[in-house]
Design a protein around this ligand. Structure first.
Ligand SMILES: NC(=O)c1ccc[n+]([C@@H]2O[C@H](COP(=O)([O-])OP(=O)(O)OC[C@H]3O[C@@H](n4cnc5c(N)ncnc54)[C@H](OP(=O)(O)O)[C@@H]3O)[C@@H](O)[C@H]2O)c1
Length: 275
């Protein structure tokens, strides 16, 4: 199997590295293109065997599965380039939440998947959200998910829930890192603990909590109950946070969804604008 990547920015390069490091793909199975070709050349230096394509068309001609790792605004341009040569037997995987499967199906004759990765895939962890067009047969889905399993837990979601699932899975690392940073900053400010020590303790804590919530079989409520005893220090902290954080996460969800609606409209207009 040959796997192509159009766009090797942040997410494209994370996926390539994760697939190689996990053993899902040998570098020789990968071909990639990027608007600024030096980015692919750097990846090929790091992982000898990765083919540097000089055009997006070259990627499509040489791949069974093509990942589109570009921003929404670039989709129309890239699709206009590749749609004349892409075959119904090939699979295009978009990693962009605001580009709908129907947009891609209307433009190209191939099989379409939408897979939303997460920065956590770089350490072969976290989820990938999976959505499929009806053109994807069970064996196509199995082939793609068996790749994704090497770097993540592939989780099938409804396309109408893309935004909230991406908030939890892909934006989540940034949101949780923000909360952690605030906790660390307060620890330093209030007690003078060295930043390095506070950061390493907080990071180990987050890793351990993640393990409790996944392989440990606990849910978030149980973790809270197991750590806090009535009237104890943790219980006091939780009581304060309950009051202070009222509505914060609802506001967060409203904001991400409002921005998503904007992005959807922009993409819709790109795909409906006459050439
Ligand atoms: N970042 C995340 O955690 C995350 C998670 C899930 C999904 N996503 C989605 O992934 C997509 C890409 O995000 P990103 O963070 O990887 O963006 P990025 O770092 O800006 O990467 C986009 C890449 O696409 C390249 N590109 C642009 N136009 C091109 C063209 N016509 N042909 C070939 N390559 C082209 C750019 O090349 P240049 O080097 O010339 O700029 C750039 O390297 C976005 O839609 C985002 O929503 C991101």
């Amino acid at each position: 199997m040959r796997v192509g990547f159009i766009g090797t920015g942040s997410m494209g390069s994370i996926l390539i590295e994760a697939f190689i490091q996990s053993g899902a793909l040998a570098p020789q199975q990968i071909i990639a293109s990027n608007r600024t070709v030096s980015k692919v050349e750097r990846l090929a230096e790091q992982y000898p065997g990765v083919s540097v394509a000089r055009s997006n068309i070259e990627v499509v001609l040489d791949s069974d599965i093509v990942f589109l790792c570009i921003k929404p605004v670039e989709f129309k341009k890239v699709i206009d380039e590749i749609r004349k040569i892409i075959l119904p037997t090939q699979t295009v995987v978009s990693i962009t939440s605001s580009v709908l499967i129907k947009h891609l199906e209307n433009q190209m004759p191939c099989k379409i998947a939408k897979v939303i990765p997460s920065i956590t895939n770089l350490v072969l962890s976290g989820a990938t959200l999976c959505m499929y067009s009806e053109r994807m047969q069970p064996e196509d889905i199995e082939e793609l998910e068996s790749l994704l399993t090497h770097i993540s837990a592939p989780i099938r979601v409804e396309e109408e829930h893309t935004r909230i699932c991406s908030d939890l899975s892909s934006c989540g690392p940034a949101f949780m890192a923000f909360v952690l940073q605030k906790f660390i900053d307060a620890a330093i400010e209030e007690t003078g603990i060295p930043a390095e020590k506070a950061t390493s303790l907080a990071s180990e804590m987050l890793l351990g909590t993640g393990k409790l919530l996944t392989s440990g079989g606990l849910d978030p409520t149980i973790v809270q109950n197991r750590v806090s005893v009535p009237g104890g220090i943790t219980a006091e902290g939780l009581r304060m946070m309950e009051g202070e954080l009222i509505g914060v996460f609802n506001k967060l969800v409203h904001i991400t969804h409002a921005k998503y609606e904007e992005d959807l409209e922009k993409v819709e207009s790109l795909f409906t604008t006459k050439k």
